[in-house]
Design a protein around this ligand. Structure first.
Ligand code: ZN
Length: 149
C-alpha cells in the first residue's frame, strides 16, 4: 500500500547554500577561506590572541564550533583549540594533497573550511585545531549569552 518509502532525504541538519549566496553574504576573505579552502596569513587575524570568554561560531552559518575554554596560544599565529565545542560541531576530512598528511576541519553544518587538526596539541586531547580567524565569529560571554533568537 505504502510504496512511497523513498523520501528524498536531505542530510538532516545540513544546509546547502549556492556559492553565489555565500559570495553575497561573506567578505571576500571569508569567502576565500571558508568556501575556497584558502588560509589566512599567520598573525593576520586578531582572534589568534583573543582572550575573551565566549563561543566561536561559524561565520557562514552561525553554528557553535569552538569554546574559548579550549582555546590556547599555540604560537602559530592562528586561533588554536584543543577540542571542538561538540563532537558533532565539526567534520574531519583527510587531506592527502601534500607530502604531509593533514586532516581538514570543516563546519559539520555548512561544510565551511575552517582549518586543520594536528596531533601535537596540549592535554587533555593532544589535538591542535588550527583554525582560520576569519572563519569564526566570537560571541563573547559578557553580552549576557541568551538573546531571543
Ligand atoms: Zn557553518
Amino acid at each position: 500500500m505504502n510504496k512511497a518509502d523513498k523520501i528524498d532525504k536531505q542530510d538532516a541538519g545540513k544546509i546547502a547554500v549556492p556559492e553565489a549566496e555565500w559570495r553575497k553574504k561573506l567578505t571576500p576573505e571569508q569567502f576565500n577561506v571558508t568556501r575556497k579552502h584558502s588560509t589566512e596569513r599567520a598573525f593576520s587575524h586578531p582572534y589568534h590572541q583573543e582572550k575573551r570568554a565566549g563561543m566561536y561560531h561559524c561565520v557562514c552559518c552561525g553554528a557553535p564550533l569552538f569554546s574559548s575554554e579550549t582555546k590556547y596560544d599555540s604560537g602559530t599565529g592562528w586561533p588554536s583549540f584543543y577540542a571542538p565545542a561538540g563532537k558533532e560541531a565539526v567534520s574531519e576530512h583527510k587531506d592527502g594533497s601534500f607530502f604531509m598528511r593533514r586532516t581538514e576541519i570543516r563546519c559539520a553544518k555548512c561544510e565551511a573550511h575552517l582549518g586543520h587538526v594536528f596531533p601535537d596539541g596540549p592535554e587533555p586531547t593532544g589535538a591542535r585545531y588550527c583554525i582560520n580567524g576569519v572563519a569564526l565569529q566570537l560571541d563573547p560571554d559578557e553580552q549576557g549569552g541568551k538573546s531571543s533568537t
